[in-house]
Design a protein around this ligand. Structure first.
Ligand code: HEM
Length: 449
């Protein structure tokens, strides 16, 4: 057990006006919440327009995500801000459209395919090590982890490194886009009345259009290569050549563009955030860093070496617990629901909060402490099953969960076997923008091991 706790954002006072709450919320959804949410099983939030319920009870979470997911779809309003970029992507759709999309996408991410994508992941790791060797000294580690996570996506999806001209442009445009339109926007959690029109800033629609144009080029080029029999065997080819077993139809180019946009968005910000917090944690608890560096000596470009990264996986899993990159998710009730004796009307928002569930004081031993050994304890195993949802759960679980659980520990190991990471005086403050990031970056001192 570690007495020295890693950073946790301050909670707001118990009682604040709705207006103050909204203001705090706009700044950061984590520190806008009262401390009691870390011990509550459920919390109700009423506004003039809608009701919202934060569900922290593992049975409720199971009901929403696993038992009856069709009755708790994503709300259209949540997707509103993302639609210019993501179109009809699997992240936003519901019902039959969503099911069909998953039938086509899921096979590309199955266990067996991970072996095929591993070479590209490892190559991205080597490139990141080479980049960092040039930088060293004290630096903000988040841009570095963003860079390598984007590189992993481009190499595994389209067999191109981030240095490719189109890839670089997409990466940069995404950065601009996120500044104007975060994925976790305020509207997702505090929707206005249904009749309220949504306006997009011109900058948002412009960058979205630019990104889609670039992705369309890549996708069209790939369609051409598939037709000519010259396409590389990567994730894009796999997805674009998979036919829905029920309808026999594959994605059109337009549909594929929607999916590529979400793979890039969902797959790179999240992994970047998790890797950055993992590096911070091992810098803060250096005894773990040394153990991981030792373990990493056995890692190679051969996929079978990944299974030996046990400590690295435990540390990465603990980073995902303490700093879940997607801190909250929202669903909507399609019929009245009784939850812990309360009646939620149709159209209520159900907020599932990995952030609170992962630190729930009535579920976890040492909830705020960094303890990668917990996964071997009875409490850790029970909580992993019932109260650990960094990738969500049930049929709508993150498509890239298996991918990310290889990528994270592998990149962490590759970086730690070459470099030492030390904390500086700046203690990062977690805030939720697009993903859980540090308010002013994560500054670490990097040196050759
Ligand atoms: C540490 C890394 C990652 C974390 C923590 C993470 C987390 C999540 C979570 C929590 C969701 C569910 C969101 C919701 O239902 O509202 C999700 C969905 C999704 N993720 Fe990930 N993700 C990660 C990496 C990836 C990667 C690498 C990819 C793809 C290459 C990916 C692709 C997706 C897609 C396509 C969805 C939408 C699935 C659907 O709605 O059916 N993610 N992710």
């Amino acid at each position: 057990m570690t007495a020295d706790l890693p950073p946790k954002p301050p909670s707001r006072p118990e009682k604040v006006s709705l207006w103050r709450y909204l203001r705090l919320f706009r700044q950061d959804i984590l520190s806008a919440q009262p401390a009691k949410l870390y011990r509550a099983w459920m919390a109700e939030f009423r506004t003039p327009f809608f009701r919202s319920y934060l569900a922290n009870d593992p049975d409720l979470v199971k009901r929403v995500l696993k038992d009856r997911p069709d009755d708790f779809p994503k709300s259209d309003r949540i997707g509103a801000g993302l639609r210019p970029l993501l179109g009809n992507s699997v992240f936003l759709t519901n019902g039959e459209v969503w099911k069909r999309q998953r039938r086509i996408i899921d096979p590309a991410f199955e266990g067996g395919r991970l072996r095929d994508t591993y070479g590209a992941m490892y190559a991205a790791g080597e490139a990141a090590v080479a980049r960092l060797a040039q930088r060293q000294g004290t630096l903000d580690i988040e841009p570095e982890t963003s860079h390598v996570a984007a590189d992993v996506i481009f190499r595994t999806l389209f067999s191109i490194p981030i240095e490719d001209e189109t890839a670089t442009q997409v990466f940069e445009k995404f950065r601009d886009h996120q500044r104007t339109q975060p994925i976790l926007n305020l509207a997702a959690f505090i929707p206005g009345p249904r009749w309220m029109p949504r306006f997009f800033k011109k900058a948002t629609t412009d960058t979205a259009a630019d990104i889609r144009r670039l992705i369309t080029d890549l996708t069209e080029r790939r369609m051409f290569e598939i037709d000519g029999g010259t396409a590389p065997d990567d994730l894009a080819t796999k997805i674009m050549t998979t036919k829905d077993p029920e309808t026999g139809r594959a994605f059109s180019t337009e549909e594929m563009v929607d999916q590529v946009a979400i793979f890039f968005l969902a797959g790179h910000e999240t992994s970047a955030s998790a890797l950055a917090w993992s590096l911070y944690l091992v810098a803060r608890y250096p005894e773990w860093q040394d153990r991981l560096a030792e373990e990493a000596a056995g890692l190679s470009a051969d996929f079978s070496s990944v299974s030996a990264l046990k400590l690295s996986r435990d540390v990465f899993r603990e980073a995902l617990r303490l700093y879940p990159p997607v801190p909250m998710m929202v669903r909507e009730t399609t019929c009245p629901e009784t939850m812990r004796g309360r009646r939620a009307p149709k159209g209520s928002q159900i907020v599932l909060s990995p952030w609170h569930l992962h630190r729930h004081t009535r579920l976890w031993d040492n909830p705020d402490g960094f303890d990668p050994t917990r996964w071997g304890t009875e409490n850790g195993k029970t909580c992993q099953r019932d109260a650990y949802i960094p990738f969500s759960a049930g049929p709508r679980v993150c498509t890239g969960a298996g991918f990310a659980m290889v990528e994270g520990p592998v990149l962490l190991s590759m970086l730690l076997r070459r470099f030492r990471f030390d904390v500086t005086e700046d203690i990062p403050v977690p805030v939720a923008h697009l993903t859980v990031r540090a308010k002013d970056g994560i500054r670490l001192t990097v040196s050759e091991r």
